[in-house]
Design a protein around this ligand. Structure first.
Ligand SMILES: [Zn+2]
Length: 326
């Protein structure tokens, strides 16, 4: 099937108490790892491209890679989404250039300006059958060119959501409830230590999520910065020449809970980066004589696939939901 927008997926995810995985793509191996997993377990999927990905890989290459995945994975619906669209022009370029969904991130702007910018994108996008994600509240952390220092993040104000959604016409809303971008989501000081000596991050603000959902019944909510930073890959990185001390993510149990509530899209990027980097580092450590990129990217792609499969089945709950989302 051809690329689709996110409308049907979110409708079904909301009703079914699951979330669609939104995975960031930057090259062929990442696209293949994600979509092969989705095809295998029959999961709908959102492939998202950030401004940084477009700068790195070039818009046309990314669109063509995703179109190849659509052809190779005929059983699953796939959305091509712009992650953190910074301005109207970038959103327009993506809408004109084959994307089926865009995010306009006006979260750093004053409320009225965020509404005006988001509405402008929605008007253009909807005229082209493209769905739009907006954002209220800001997450801490670093993601490509989006950088918010810890302390400058702010939770979404539930009292603003009805006005924002009504006046802009957005199809989904990203909110800030304590997730953050990158592999260092929490400092050790923010965490407690459990019996096994493992750092446990502070809980997400489910009270805010519930208040937002009460104000917007049936409306799809999006969580950014929702990698769990699997410690086996952090360990693999660190045991093979890397240096990522205190990399901490959002526990998968909290994401599972969010997916059962009104959260219909969960963004995952850092976990894929960790799986790829850990695998490649270990490969080089084990085989210092090898230099064929196919040899080290093949296991990296396989580990991305395994990781995505685990997320689809055990965290997002969207495995087997491809048909109902078509
Ligand atoms: Zn984000």
């Amino acid at each position: 099937m051809a690329l689709v927008n996110s409308k049907k997926m979110f409708e079904m995810a909301y009703k079914g108490g699951y979330a669609i995985g939104a995975f960031n793509v930057n090259n062929m191996e990442i696209v293949q790892g994600i979509t092969e997993a989705c095809q295998e377990v029959k999961a709908p999927v959102i492939l998202q491209v950030s401004k940084g990905a477009r700068a790195y890989a070039n818009h046309t290459y990314l669109v063509k890679l995703v179109e190849a995945a659509v052809k190779e994975c005929p059983d699953i619906p796939i959305v091509l989404h712009l992650d953190h669209g910074p301005d109207f022009e970038t959103c327009k370029a993506c809408i004109d250039g084959g994307f089926t969904s865009v995010m306009i991130d006006g979260s750093h702007l004053p409320f009225e300006e965020n509404i005006a910018l988001t509405k402008k994108v929605v008007d253009y996008a909807h005229a082209h059958g493209v769905t739009v994600e907006g954002e209220l509240g800001t997450l801490a952390g670093i993601e490509d060119e989006v950088c918010v220092e810890a302390g400058n993040e702010s939770y979404t104000k539930p009292e603003e959501v009805i006005e924002f959604v009504t006046r802009t016409g957005v199809d989904s809303l990203a909110i800030a409830i304590g997730t953050s971008h990158g592999a260092y989501k929490f400092t050790p000081e923010q965490c407690t230590v459990n019996e096994e000596g493992i750092l446990v991050p502070p809980a997400l603000r489910f009270d805010i999520l519930e208040e937002v959902s009460k104000k917007l019944p049936g409306f799809p909510i999006v969580l950014h910065g929702s990698s769990s930073v699997p410690q086996e890959y952090v360990k693999m990185v660190n045991e093979n020449g890397g240096k990522m001390p205190n990399a901490i993510g959002v526990p998968e149990s909290q994401l599972r809970k969010a997916a059962e509530l009104s959260v219909c899209k969960i963004n995952i990027d850092s976990d894929l980066r960790l799986a790829l980097t850990g695998t490649v580092r270990k490969f080089f450590n084990d085989h210092p004589e090898k230099f064929d990129p196919r040899e080290y990217l093949k296991p990296a792609r396989a580990n991305i696939k395994e990781l995505v499969k685990h997320k689809l089945e055990n965290v997002l709950g969207c495995a087997g939901k491809a048909d109902e989302c078509k």
